[in-house]
Design a protein around this ligand. Sequence first.
Ligand SMILES: Cc1cc2nc3c(=O)[nH]c(=O)nc-3n(C[C@H](O)[C@H](O)[C@H](O)COP(=O)(O)O)c2cc1C
Length: 334
Amino acid sequence: MGLREIRELARMRMSPEAWEHVMGAAESRATFRRNQRAFGRFLFRQRIFHDVTDPDTSVELFGRRLATPAFVAPIGSFSLIAEKADSQVAEGAGRAGTMLFVSHAAKPSVREWAEATSAPIVFIAYLNRGKEDALRCVRLAESLGFAAVGITMDTIQPVKVGDRVPLSTKDGKPRKGHPASAKDIEWLKQETSLPLVVKGIMGAEDARIAVNAGADAVVVSNHGGRILDFNRAAIEALPEVVAAVGSKVPVLLDSGIRSGGDIVKALALGAKAVLVGRPIAWGVGAAGVEGVQRVMELLSEEIRRVLIMTGTGSIREVTNSILIHEPVAGNGLS
Ligand SMILES: Cc1cc2nc3c(=O)[nH]c(=O)nc-3n(C[C@H](O)[C@H](O)[C@H](O)COP(=O)(O)O)c2cc1C
């Protein structure tokens, strides 16, 4: 079963409200569409005379070795899909040998996440839930051996689904925006010994501010097109972020990843790894743990094919030289 079929199965099995929430994007959906289409501008340079047959798809981040550079993005509302969706995603991530980013907004506690998975976990705070609560979770994450912690900082305006601001899954109240400040990064950096990730960066200036304030990694992300309509695609913002801070910290990317080819393109443009959002939600909505595992398997199979067809022996060897930049858009799935 391919990703399209998994998506269609999820659409049939999920409640219309959950589907609308997961697929929701701000206003006209221009950012959402652009996130995916922008990958279509990059083509691969095919190479056949080489001996690459079994490329190494593993990566290392925060001292952990992962089987794949496709990680699970933090999604606060998996529980809208199914009661057990969070723990199913956690188990699927463990089986796939990937890294699990978990959201402060999600139902499970920090301890429940740790119990539900064998995957290295990154706890991603929302400071609108209060600094005290963020710190309590970060301390617990430390004591439970999480790989890193972080803050999502692009929600200075709340997420929008169409023209509506969704209710919080934790307290049922409408979400509010929260200002982003370098001081908050400095504060959390002082409070934790774990690597600190800042998510929601879309340009060189913000990337520099985050890294100067103590970020140990940044995630180039426009929140899957859920906040600012007519934002740039994340893949379009990636090169300038890599040029600004890529020699200092690992740069991750999410928003619009729908295939292994998209992942290899992001790596070729300087990302260390990517986070996958909605496809994981489709996987769990379609078939629980197995669905998540299948999505991860599909992405890995596609990564391997691209590496072989470009003569690239490992993720480490992926460089910009395997890409041709073409001004034609369209990567199919929306
Ligand atoms: C339903 C849904 C809920 C999300 N919840 C969170 C969240 O709680 N915290 C966060 O940092 N990002 C959240 N995100 C954004 C994802 O982490 C990620 O940035 C985005 O989904 C990537 O785009 P993609 O869905 O095109 O892969 C959410 C995204 C979706 C679709």
